[in-house]
Design a protein around this ligand. Structure first.
Ligand code: NAP
Length: 267
C-alpha cells in the first residue's frame, strides 16, 4: 500500500483524488491538508466513508505525522511552489496537478528535486485524451506553419493560459524546432478598442483563454494553411477523467528521478 497525503483535499480536484485514493487497492489515504474545512474528515468531505483522516492546515506537520510516501497537490498557483519544497524537505515525493507553473518554476523544481534526491512528477493535464491531443498537435506542427489555441475553462480557474495550453504550445514548438509564423492583427497598441484580443503569444501561437460558467476544461488547437484548416479538440466532461492518470503517477513517481513533466512519460 502506498501511503498518500492529499494537499488541497477540500478543493474540487482534491476531493476527487481522496475518493480515488480510498477506492484503489494499492493506495492508502494517510493525510489531508487544505486552508478550509480544517478538522473535518477528508473522506466525508469527499463524499465517501469516514477515513479517520482529518483535514489539517500545516503541510510540514501533516507530512511528518502521517508517514506519507507520496503527496498529491491540487492547491492553488500561489501555494504550489512552496508546497513542493515542503514535500521535498520532508522526503516525500510530490505528484502535482496544480497549474500556473512557468518554465522558470519548472527549472527551479528540477534543481530542488535533484538536490533533495526526491523525484517530482508534474502533469498540467492528467486526462489521457488531452495527452493524445498534444501528441497529435506535435505531429501537425511539423507540417503547418500557423496555429492558434483556444482553451475554455470554468469561471473559477485562477490562471491563464491553462497549463495544458502552455504545455501544448511547448510541444508544438519543440516538434518543429522553432516558432510558428506570427499572424498580424495586433491589438496591443494604444487605441485598440479591446487590447489583447488576438490573445497571448507563445512562439507565434496565439493563445485565447475563455472563462465562463458552464465549461469544465476544453481545448481546441487550430492549424491553418492556404485553403484548409485542421482542428484537434478535447472536452472534459467530469473531473473523474483525471483520476486514472493521478493514480498511475502515484504508483510510478518513486521509481523516477528528478522532475518528470507530463503524463505521456509514464503511459
Ligand atoms: P479549488 O477547488 O480552488 O481547490 C484548491 C484547494 O486548495 C482549495 O480548497 C484551496 O483553499 C486549497 N488551498 C489553498 N492554499 C493551499 C495550501 N497552501 N495548501 C493546501 N491547499 C491549499 O481548485 P481546483 O478546481 O480543485 O483546482 C486545483 C488546481 O488543479 C488548479 O491549479 C487547477 O488548474 C488544477 N487542475 C489540474 C488538472 C490536471 O489535470 N493537472 C485538472 C484540473 C484542475 P482556499 O479555497 O481556501 O484557497
Amino acid at each position: 500500500m502506498i501511503k498518500v497525503l492529499v494537499s488541497g483535499a477540500a478543493g474540487r480536484m482534491g476531493r476527487e483524488v481522496v475518493k480515488a485514493v480510498v477506492g484503489d487497492a494499492e493506495t492508502q489515504l494517510v493525510g489531508a491538508v487544505d486552508k478550509h474545512l480544517i478538522g473535518q474528515d477528508a473522506g466525508q468531505v469527499a463524499g465517501v466513508d469516514a477515513q479517520n483522516v482529518l483535514i489539517a492546515d500545516n503541510l510540514a506537520q501533516a507530512l511528518r505525522a502521517s508517514g506519507a510516501e507520496v503527496a498529491v497537490d491540487f492547491s492553488t498557483p500561489q501555494a504550489v511552489r512552496a508546497n513542493i519544497q515542503t514535500m521535498l524537505d520532508a522526503g516525500v515525493a510530490p505528484v502535482v496537478g496544480t497549474t500556473g507553473l512557468k518554465q522558470d518554476d519548472l527549472d527551479a523544481i528540477e534543481q530542488a528535486s535533484r538536490t533533495a534526491g526526491i523525484p517530482v512528477f508534474i502533469a498540467p493535464n492528467f486526462a489521457i485524451g488531452a495527452v493524445l491531443m498534444m501528441r497529435f498537435a506535435a505531429e501537425c506542427a511539423k507540417l503547418f506553419d500557423t496555429a492558434e489555441i483556444i482553451e475554455y475553462h470554468h469561471d473559477k480557474k485562477l490562471d491563464a493560459p491553462s497549463g495544458t495550453a502552455f504545455k501544448t504550445a511547448q510541444v508544438m514548438r519543440a516538434a518543429r524546432a522553432g516558432d510558428f509564423e506570427h499572424i498580424g492583427g495586433d491589438t496591443e497598441s494604444e487605441g485598440s478598442a479591446a487590447p489583447h484580443s488576438r490573445g497571448g503569444d507563445m512562439g507565434g501561437i496565439a493563445i485565447h483563454s475563455v472563462r465562463l460558467p458552464g465549461y469544465l476544461a476544453h481545448q481546441e488547437v487550430i492549424f491553418g494553411m492556404a485553403g484548409q484548416t485542421l482542428s484537434i479538440r478535447h472536452d472534459t466532461i467530469t473531473r473523474e477523467c483525471y483520476m486514472p492518470g493521478v493514480l498511475r503517477a502515484i504508483k510510478a513517481v518513486r521509481g523516477l528521478q528528478g522532475l518528470t513533466y507530463g503524463l505521456e512519460n509514464i503511459l
